[in-house]
Unconditional design. Structure first.
Length: 306
């Protein structure tokens, strides 16, 4: 067991080491919670030193290794409670292909692909307009405060995006603001904000969200609409909802050189539509997993206390 730390930075460093190997998002939350608790205790006991406060709260809040164990256990419990029910395991390849419809994460990923266009446009506009405005005014007295506020807003938006990613894509993201070293001066903390690689990777993520959002939205809407049309068009003909054959100005039910599709070709169209819809769901789930990993890599600070 480690010796009980005498300062808050030492406490946080021991906690970080005790949580080595855990999810970086969980480590970020643990460091934030621990410092918040220790700082509040220190503020309530102004006559005590950091060492005395840590010794006092060690029996209630816990030593760093004890807190790490509590967080690991709690993380398992919370993740189990929040995790969507797993779809039934399918033995056959055909069952696994069609079983995607029973996976809740599929629909979360599909909705995220549609939503990504709106969030991508907003993030891109905010970064480009905010950074260019603040940087352009940096030669004036208001430029530096604007730049600091801009980077602060980027951290807030990163936390918001993380919550969206965790809810829709199932990737564990931070639930607390980014941990900062509070024992440093205001100028040192401002410098840390500019030199922190996670600040710039967050900006990169938000710039990437525009092309990614356009691609996600285009794929989701195009493939879904195409699959739905392929399914509904033959049904519309068979049920008499359309007047015999319809041309390319309405539903596309004509073959090469304008020759109407035969009955067996309509069956193939229906089957192709069904397969396309299920393939789109698989693609959405795959994109959701990949984007969750991208967000984790660019938005979550490495578990390192500096």
């Amino acid at each position: 067991m480690n010796t009980l730390p005498r300062t808050i930075p030492e406490y946080l460093e021991q906690l970080r080491r005790a949580l080595a190997g855990a999810d970086p998002a969980m480590i970020q939350d643990a460091l934030y919670d621990a410092e918040e608790y220790l700082r509040s205790e220190l503020a309530e006991n102004p006559g005590k030193s950091e060492a005395e406060v840590i010794a006092t709260v060690a029996s209630s809040y816990g030593a760093p290794d004890e807190v790490a164990d509590i967080y690991r256990d709690t993380e398992v419990t919370v993740q189990t409670a929040l995790r969507a029910p797993a779809p039934p395991r399918r033995a056959s390849a055909l069952g696994r292909f069609f079983g995607v419809v029973a996976d809740p994460r599929t629909y979360g990923s599909l909705f995220y692909m549609v939503l990504a266009l709106a969030t991508g446009v907003f993030y891109f506009t905010w970064v480009v307009a905010g950074f260019s405005t603040a940087a352009g005014l940096s030669v004036t007295i208001v430029g530096i405060p604007l730049l600091i506020l801009f980077f602060g807003s980027i951290r807030v938006l990163s936390l918001v995006e993380g919550r969206i990613v965790e809810v829709m894509l199932g990737e564990r993201m931070p639930r607390r603001p980014l941990y900062t070293v509070r024992g440093r001066s205001i100028w040192q903390r401002i410098g840390d904000m500019f030199t922190d690689p996670r600040t710039w990777s967050t900006l990169l993520y938000m710039l990437l969200m525009l092309p990614l959002g356009i691609a996600y939205f285009t794929l989701a809407t195009t493939l879904l609409l195409l699959g739905i049309c392929f399914v509904l068009a033959p049904i519309a003909v068979w049920t008499g909802m359309t007047d015999h054959w319809v041309d390319s100005n309405d539903l596309v039910l004509v073959g090469i050189n304008g020759v109407p599709l035969a009955g067996w070709e309509l069956v193939l169209m229906l089957l192709a539509g069904v397969l396309l819809l299920f393939a789109t769901l698989h693609l959405a789930r795959l994109i959701g997993r990949g984007h969750g990993l991208l967000a984790k890599h660019l938005l979550v600070k490495t578990a390192q206390y500096a």
